[in-house]
Ligand binder design. Structure first.
Ligand code: OFO
Length: 168
């Protein structure tokens, strides 16, 4: 069974993962509105993955005889002017999620909760992948340097992203 401190931080993490889903859906809607359907698609898929991330923790808490406490999800915001701003904003967002996953990891070690420490390992690795994927898109957008044909090429590539369901 998880202790209350671990239960609370994991419930907060569920909230952050579902906030992330909202965040990516908001970005998808904005990009779709601008006709950037491939960039939007990439964000829609990311939103689905974020729901999986939240649900995996949800099940872990229940399987550890903990209590689910679902908090309010704040509205996401992004006052971004262009697609580079958007993906830089996403990158900063993922860095903040990495930092909260690190907090869970550190707390699990402080509390000698080896089950949670093992559980959270998957998220540590997932964050490396997520940051890398977004950093790569940022680099490609920068390389395009505002050229519309080059940006549309990236848009086409991102439209091919497939959803890989994380089992929970
Ligand atoms: Fe759940 O990793 Fe992104 O936010």
């Amino acid at each position: 069974m998880i202790n209350e401190k671990i239960q609370n931080i994991l419930n907060e993490q569920i909230n952050k993962e579902f906030f992330s889903a909202y965040f990516y859906l908001m970005i998808a809607a904005n990009l779709e509105d601008k006709g950037l359907n491939g960039f939007a698609h990439w964000n829609r898929i990311q939103a689905q993955e974020e729901i999986d991330h939240g649900m995996i923790i949800f099940n872990y808490i229940l399987n550890s005889d903990g209590k689910i406490i679902l908090g309010e999800i704040k509205p996401p915001q992004c006052d971004c002017e262009n697609v580079l701003d958007v993906f830089e904003h996403i990158y900063r967002h993922e860095k903040s999620i990495t930092s909260s996953i690190n907090d869970v990891t550190i707390l699990s070690m402080d509390e000698c909760d080896l089950a949670t420490r093992t559980f959270i390992e998957w998220y540590i690795n997932e964050q490396v992948e997520e940051e890398h994927a977004v950093a790569d898109i940022v680099k490609r957008i920068k390389f395009a340097n505002g050229d519309k044909a080059a940006l549309l090429q990236i848009d086409r590539e991102l439209s091919k992203r497939e959803y890989k369901r994380h089992e929970y």
